[in-house]
Design a protein. Structure first.
Length: 443
């Protein structure tokens, strides 16, 4: 019988390896779906109601800025989580670390449901919310790297890594879809009471999703790449310090190339709620449905982009996505500012496609750049540092730009600047498409 990966106790049969690959991809995708549901449910609530509940004494614009301020805290937590969990991911393994990230994220999200409003305990409600958001960020900061590696490091063929690594990325639109679906469902069910208690239910039910995720992740094996590192006894004692010392260029480029992907994403999926409902006075449920449809489009475009990158190269695919994003920002706000329902709907549905062209190949592009024994730490740090310079500030910057210039085109210029940064970074990023990276333990 043909054999493949060597694990503890001997090599795995080909059929068993294929089964483990499927399990790893499913576990990664479902796990990231749950974690991103938790992360996005907060962003949607921040754009719709947190300003009113926790900062009621501010004018609407200031309250929105303050609500997105607590939202930003979660992004500060992400590189912290990358450092903490990246260390353990390279020390004790991908599987155990991913279980810890899921628990961290899930418990914090569940507890958000119980945070009293300003009317009950004053500013302390916002303080507690901020702490829980930070814990959320720490959890999701360690999640991405482990999920991508869990899937990618089970891949046998060099020509399929882009597609395999894109499946954990698929968890993002799934989480976005579930988060907006939950808000839409409980908004319709609770009606006028949504701002009182209805918004809390999506946070409560997250604990059920966490239990499902834990059950799935407990049933998988450690990746063959990390098992080989254990077998060779080359586990790095201080992986974070070592990867910063040995591969600082890759870390910085990984963060910068995400500017055109991450900043527009949070403008299109979080800021859009405050902008369309507050400034354009459009229906909350209408915008929720539009974002739901956009997420459904991403179900196809993310894995498709990962697959295409296996054919034409990660860097080329990423450059195309960054360039399209820079142009589309102007088209997007031109369409949204018409306030014509069908045009706004179309703009929102199309908005994630330029993002997906980058996000599909991004996981493999970043992860492949780091040597295996430092890969969890390096990929996580590079990926999550973008949270501070791109994703976290984006809704704040967008809100401030609109407050000053009173036009969405100012935000389009900001998106275009992000695209230029990504184009430069992607052009400098090493591209290992089609190269055997599994054996480079001492690189």
């Amino acid at each position: 019988m043909a054999t493949t990966t060597t694990m503890v106790g001997g090599p795995l049969p080909e059929a068993e390896h294929s089964a483990q690959l499927r399990k790893a991809v499913i576990a990664s995708t479902i796990g990231t779906t749950i974690e991103w549901y938790d992360f996005f449910i907060y962003g949607t609530a921040a754009g719709l109601i947190f300003g009113k509940l926790y900062f009621p004494n501010s004018d609407p614009l200031t309250a929105t800025l303050e609500a997105f301020g607590t939202y930003f805290i979660g992004f500060i937590g992400r590189p912290i989580g990358a450092a903490i969990f990246g260390h353990y991911g390279d020390r004790i393994g991908r599987k155990a670390t991913l279980i810890a990230t899921l628990l961290c994220m899930g418990i914090a999200t569940f507890l958000v449901a119980f945070v009293p409003s300003y009317a009950s305990i004053g500013i302390w409600g916002a303080v507690i919310l901020t702490i829980l958001r930070m814990i959320q960020g720490i959890g999701v900061g360690g999640e991405w790297g482990g999920s991508v590696l869990l899937a990618m490091e089970w891949s046998r063929h060099h020509g399929e890594r882009g597609l395999i690594a894109s499946w954990p990325q698929f968890g993002v639109p799934c989480g976005l879809f579930l988060a907006n679906l939950a808000i839409l469902a409980f908004s319709s069910w609770s009606g006028d009471q949504f701002a009182v208690w209805g918004w809390r239910i999506p946070f409560l039910i997250s604990i059920v999703l966490v239990a499902i995720g834990l059950w799935i992740r407990l049933g998988i094996l450690e990746t063959p790449v990390f098992q080989a590192i254990l077998d060779k006894n080359i586990v790095e004692r201080a992986p974070i310090a070592e990867v910063i010392k040995r591969q600082p260029k890759e870390i910085i480029l990984s963060a910068c190339l995400r500017m055109a992907e991450q900043a527009p994403f949070y403008i299109f999926t979080a800021f859009v709620f405050a902008y369309t409902t507050g400034t354009l006075h459009m229906s909350r449920d209408f915008i929720l449905i539009a974002v739901l449809v956009a997420a459904c489009v991403s179900f196809v475009t993310i894995p498709l982009s990962g697959h295409i990158s296996d054919r034409i190269g990660r860097r080329k695919m990423y450059l195309i996505g960054a360039a399209v994003t820079g142009i589309f920002g102007f088209i997007y706000f031109g369409m949204v500012d018409t306030a014509t329902p069908w045009i706004v709907f179309l703009a929102i549905v199309l908005s994630l496609i330029p993002h997906d062209i980058q996000y599909g190949p991004q996981a493999a592009l970043i992860a492949e750049a780091f040597t295996p024994r430092l890969r969890y730490s390096g990929a996580s740090l590079g990926y999550q540092l973008a949270s501070i310079i791109a994703g976290g500030p984006a809704p704040l910057i967008a809100t401030a730009l609109f407050a000053h210039f009173h036009t969405g085109y100012a935000i389009s210029v900001y998106i275009a600047i992000c695209a230029v940064v990504s184009l430069i970074a992607a052009g400098l990023m090493p591209d290992y498409t089609g190269r055997d990276i599994s054996a480079e333990y001492d690189a």
